[in-house]
Design a protein. Structure first.
Length: 89
């Protein structure tokens, strides 16, 4: 199960995501991403995400390619994001 919410603050729009990014939750996040405009520079806050499966990684890679930036915490989630963004090289 996942919760995704578009928030507005002084720094701009942030898509906050909480829960497990796996299975049916991936398509739910994709719908939220598209609703938010799937625009370059939109920050995606993954600090509340506890797990990402392969389909979740694929969606995040597409989001990154489309210009999303990510906020992540935790060793596992940060490593997934580093691999997607190329920051671990």
């Amino acid at each position: 199960m996942i919760k995704a919410q578009l928030c507005h603050d002084a720094d701009g729009d942030i898509l906050r995501v909480c829960g497990r990014l796996a299975g049916d939750s991936v398509s739910e996040l994709e719908r939220c991403w598209q609703t938010a405009g799937a625009r370059p520079g939109l920050a995606v806050d993954l600090r509340g995400v506890t797990f990402i499966d392969a389909s979740g990684e694929n969606l995040l890679a597409v989001m990154h390619r489309d210009g999303a930036t990510f906020l992540a915490s935790g060793v596992l989630i940060r490593e997934v994001i580093n691999q997607i963004t190329g920051a671990s090289k």
